[in-house]
Design a protein around this ligand. Structure first.
Ligand SMILES: *[C@@H]1O[C@H](CO)[C@@H](O)[C@H](O)[C@H]1NC(C)=O
Ligand SMILES: *[C@@H]1O[C@H](CO)[C@@H](O)[C@H](O)[C@H]1NC(C)=O
Ligand SMILES: *[C@@H]1O[C@H](CO)[C@@H](O)[C@H](O)[C@H]1NC(C)=O
Ligand SMILES: *[C@@H]1O[C@H](CO)[C@@H](O)[C@H](O)[C@H]1NC(C)=O
Ligand SMILES: *[C@@H]1O[C@H](CO)[C@@H](O)[C@H](O)[C@H]1NC(C)=O
Ligand SMILES: *[C@@H]1O[C@H](CO)[C@@H](O)[C@H](O)[C@H]1NC(C)=O
Ligand SMILES: *[C@@H]1O[C@H](CO)[C@@H](O)[C@H](O)[C@H]1NC(C)=O
Ligand SMILES: *[C@@H]1O[C@H](CO)[C@@H](O)[C@H](O)[C@H]1NC(C)=O
Length: 505
């Protein structure tokens, strides 16, 4: 949309006034109005995406922490105190289902007990027989033995009785039973050297780096110290790092469907773009246990220094974007928009990062990063899955079913899940009879229509729904024709001076 300078200056203030009355933000054609609610919701989502593995009580008073404090997770104390009693409802789900639904063959235990049993078992379950859960079809022995699903967080969150993410955990443990992958829920406080970080998320990055380094060292020395200390049957070759609110969705999809091609292509790091805002997720990524991955993580961690005095960093997630531009500089092609070369791009994104003070300015920073990355997503050792093509689905609205995804991000509570898929589906899933996605409220076909018709309204999407003609089978890199349009949008949005919080310049 073109708007003249005059139009811009005379209309915007007026509109801004109206917009405030409306409690929302609109573009100058009034075509895209985003309600304040929506912005809060999506920004909360955006943060929660990475926050929800239970940051400890905040102590700092830096503005960043305060900002995060205003939007990030409900501390455990919130359980049961929601207006609608999310917490207590969650408890009821288990209690009621145990008294109601039958248990399936092979066990007289209640669903509740089943869930508890599952949750109590540790990651090496995979090696044991599954007699207590007869209906599971066992995968070929050892297929995913060297794959580790790793979620870090306060252990309370994963407590099988009362943890917010106990269902997520139970479902992953079904996955472990079925496929022999290891599943670990650990507290980053186990990594003492990472306590230096005041930011919980950087502590987590540090913890993962330490873990990867330890595995690499063990493998060089032919020892299994680290695997042993975490109760793993073998040292992992691939680690799928997940936020605690990332739920298993497709029980039937082996992780090897992803990692076999990645191995073949020499990939060591795999990220993906979040669907609704184009941000590259920091909480869900896969890595091959390797020096390369460890170095990447340490580089990411070190850039914590760039967050000093930046008002709104989105913690490790903002810094991940900086780090990608830095790390991939030799593989990027220029010019892209006004970015002339790699050093110019670096200086520009850094400047924009330092100016980030709220969701709107943060989004502009991400837009500029996306411009710098160009159309390429498939790099030599690193892959960024395009929107809707990650190993996890990141549609923050309703669950959709796709064979593409093994997990679904942003499942915050059992109550939310009941709304999505219903209680009896949860019960069956807790018995490992199916993955929750079997009962997804939308079919693949419906999801396809929805995702392809999505209206991009966040700056970092460049005003283009880049998957609109190809989902779920898009090429890894963005086709030139699509990129041509997107680059224009990203250029505008990345340098947008209007005070708007959402689309578009
Ligand atoms: C509580 O849940 C009911 C039923 O889902 C809903 O109608 C109501 O709006 C909710 N209240 C709040 C405050 O969220
Ligand atoms: C659970 O069962 C109790 C007792 O039967 C009932 O009062 C409550 O409403 C039920 N909760 C749900 C979520 O069905
Ligand atoms: C289980 O719940 C359903 C629906 O709430 C109800 O129709 C059924 O009678 C219950 N079964 C038992 C055994 O309580
Ligand atoms: C369930 O099975 C266990 C042993 O598998 C047994 O000890 C228990 O009595 C059984 N409970 C019921 C209610 O049948
Ligand atoms: C959750 O249950 C554990 C016991 O399994 C208990 O120690 C803990 O205090 C409980 N936490 C909350 C928040 O109720
Ligand atoms: C480690 O084990 C492999 C195979 O078991 C062997 O070939 C290699 O020499 C060993 N390396 C060291 C450092 O012991
Ligand atoms: C990169 O681009 C900037 C801005 O156009 C320019 O000043 C600088 O000389 C360029 N650097 C190189 C190495 O080409
Ligand atoms: C995606 O592409 C593959 C391979 O070309 C094809 O087998 C599959 O049917 C396609 N899926 C969809 C949903 O178009």
């Amino acid at each position: 949309m073109r708007i003249g300078r005059h139009f811009l200056w005379t209309v915007l203030p007026f509109q801004a006034l109206l917009s405030l009355a409306y409690l929302g933000f609109c573009d100058s054609t009034w075509k895209y109005c985003v309600s304040f609610d929506e912005i809060i919701r999506s920004s909360t989502e955006q943060l929660r995406g990475t926050v929800d593995v239970a940051p400890p009580a905040r102590q700092g008073t830096s503005s960043t922490e305060q900002l995060r404090g205003s939007v990030d997770v409900a501390p455990p104390a919130r359980q049961g105190t929601d207006v609608n009693g999310t917490g207590s409802f969650e408890t009821e789900i288990i209690v009621n289902s145990s008294s109601n639904v039958s248990n399936g063959k092979g066990s007289n235990a209640s669903n509740d007990d089943n869930a508890m049993d599952l949750a109590r078992q540790s990651a090496d379950l995979a090696r044991q027989s599954t007699t207590s859960l007869a209906p599971i079809q066992l995968a070929p022995i050892g297929l995913l033995r060297d794959h580790l699903v790793l979620a870090m967080g306060d252990v309370g969150r994963f407590n099988p009785q009362n943890g917010t993410y106990r269902l997520n955990r139970a479902f992953w443990e079904c996955y472990s039973k079925k496929w022999g992958a290891s599943v670990l829920f650990i507290d980053p406080r186990r990594f003492e050297k990472c306590q230096l970080h005041t930011d919980w998320f950087f502590r987590r990055v540090c913890a993962v780096a330490s873990l990867v380094e330890a595995f690499v060292r063990d493998s060089k020395e032919n020892v299994s110290e680290t695997a042993d200390s975490f109760g793993l049957p073998v040292a992992p070759r691939w680690i799928f790092h997940l936020d605690g609110d990332s739920m298993l969705s497709n029980l039937d999809l082996p992780l090897s469907d992803f990692t076999v091609p990645w191995d073949r292509e020499g990939k060591s790091l795999v990220f993906y773009e979040r669907f609704h805002n184009g941000e590259i997720a920091a909480g869900n990524y896969a890595l091959r246990v390797s020096e390369l991955a460890a170095q990447f993580l340490r580089g990411w961690e070190r850039k914590v220094s760039e967050t000093k005095n930046v008002k709104f960093t989105n913690s490790d997630n903002g810094v991940l974007h900086l780090h990608l531009v830095w790390y991939l500089q030799k593989e990027l092609s220029f010019p892209q928009g006004s970015l002339q070369n790699a050093s110019h791009a670096w200086a520009s994104v850094l400047r924009q990062f330092r100016a980030s003070k709220d969701i709107g300015s943060y989004d502009r920073f991400v837009a500029l990063v996306k411009l710098a990355l160009g159309p390429r997503r498939d790099f030599k050792h690193l892959l960024v899955g395009r929107r809707g093509h990650g190993f996890c689905a990141d549609d923050w609205t309703k669950m959709y079913l796709s064979k593409l995804h093994v997990c679904h991000h942003a499942v915050k509570s059992a109550a939310q899940l009941v709304k999505m898929i219903g209680q009896s589906c949860i019960d069956k899933s807790l018995q490992c009879l199916q993955g929750p996605a079997v009962c997804a409220p939308q079919t693949e076909r419906e999801a396809r229509v929805k995702l392809r018709n999505f209206k991009p309204d966040r700056f970092a999407l460049g005003n283009v729904n880049d998957i609109s003609s190809c989902w779920p089978n898009c090429t890894r890199d963005i086709p030139q024709a699509v990129w041509g349009q997107m680059a224009v949008g990203l250029q505008k949005n990345g340098h947008c001076l209007s005070p708007r919080m959402a689309c578009c310049c």
